[in-house]
Write a protein of this length. Structure first.
Length: 227
């Protein structure tokens, strides 16, 4: 065997290294990864918001406050709808516990109505033993934000704590809105809401979407876009 130096393998030689650099990840793959991450983030945020809507509706933060505020709902010629009556019945119970010196009733009216939701609520409460002198009516708001912003204007800086009474599905958005307008807010949802079952579930889904968006853009802007 010759001791001459063996020639280096050429590119055509079977000994040549044909390995090529690993291909770069395509931009499409990165777009897919980013899109997948965003979907996971959005779904997770939505699920968290839904859980908070549901759990807040099952909580009761009743305690001494500056005022009990009941959110308005439909009324029929001065008579509260069953949904509004359920909220007001809970207010009567809370009033008997002497948690606040004032009850604020809220809600305007629809075109053609003779009474506002606030007026119907006030009459209902007086008939059930709440002193008329203890009731303050805010009868111009037509949305959750408008009603609570108007209540804040009525109170000024005299007391910043309120106990909100509404349906369970509506509790979290009401609380967050009240906090946005300057209140220290607590909720005591009515335990006798007529909104139950699949209807409640659908409304909780809608509220979860509203809460998720409102936390990002603010509930005042959300109200102007949706109501």
């Amino acid at each position: 065997m010759s001791d001459r130096e063996l020639p280096l393998p050429s590119d055509e030689s079977p000994l040549a290294d044909h390995r090529e650099p690993a291909p770069r990840r395509s931009w499409r793959r990165w777009v897919g990864v980013v899109a997948g991450a965003l979907v996971i983030l959005v779904v997770g945020y939505g699920c968290l918001s839904f859980w908070q809507v549901h759990s807040t509706g099952r909580s009761d933060e009743a305690r001494p406050v500056g005022a009990i505020v009941v959110m308005g709902a439909a009324q029929y010629d001065g008579r509260p709808s069953p949904q509004l009556a359920a909220r007001l019945d809970h207010v009567v119970e809370l009033w008997s516990q002497e948690l606040a010196p004032t009850v604020v009733v809220t809600g305007g009216n629809q075109p053609g109505d003779r009474f506002t939701e606030a007026e119907a609520s006030a009459a209902y409460l007086v008939d059930r033993g709440v002193p008329e002198a203890a009731i303050v009516a805010e009868g111009t708001g037509t949305t959750t934000f408008e009603s609570l912003a108007n209540v804040a204007a009525l109170f000024g800086d005299t007391d910043s704590s309120v106990l909100l009474v509404t349906d369970p599905y509506h509790a979290l958005r009401s609380k967050l809105t009240a906090e946005e307008v300057g209140f220290e807010a607590f909720v005591s949802p009515t335990p006798s809401s007529i909104v139950t079952g699949s209807t409640e579930f659908r409304r909780e889904l809608g509220e979860a979407a509203g809460v998720a968006i409102g936390r990002i853009i603010g509930f005042e802007r959300l109200s102007s876009l949706t109501d």
